[in-house]
Write a protein that binds this ligand. Structure first.
Ligand SMILES: [Mg+2]
Length: 119
């Protein structure tokens, strides 16, 4: 099953995401709480998919997206968005984000998106 890295500064979000993904059979290989740590873990773990929260301390999701794409141009990145982040989403598309999921997570929607990104 595909390996997924979760990058989010919210413990609750990480827990919810991990729960949904593991229940669907995915392997959550790591968790990071900011973009800097997430980028480091990405190069160490080489996951099949990474979820990147947009708003994070140290290095935000957009910054992490850019760094991860520099490491691996084929990286499959799902951006996690909150309400009112349209301009950030436009930026993320520019830097090569594969897909978006909105908080609060809709389990069915999330799994459809992960499957789509992996296919
Ligand atoms: Mg956040």
């Amino acid at each position: 099953m595909a390996k997924i890295l979760i990058v989010d500064d919210s413990i609750t979000s990480r827990k919810v995401l991990r729960g949904i993904l593991e229940q669907a059979g995915y392997e959550v290989v790591g968790e990071a709480q900011d973009g800097e740590q997430g980028t480091k873990l990405y190069s160490e773990l080489k996951p099949d998919v990474v979820t990147l929260d947009i708003t994070m301390p140290v290095l935000d999701g957009i910054g992490a997206l850019q760094k991860i794409k520099e490491i691996d141009a084929d990286a499959k990145v799902i951006m996690v968005t909150a309400a009112g982040q349209k301009s950030k989403m436009v930026e993320a598309v520019k830097y090569g984000a594969s897909e978006f999921v909105a908080k609060p997570f809709d389990e069915e929607q999330l799994l459809i998106i992960v499957e789509k990104v992996l296919s």
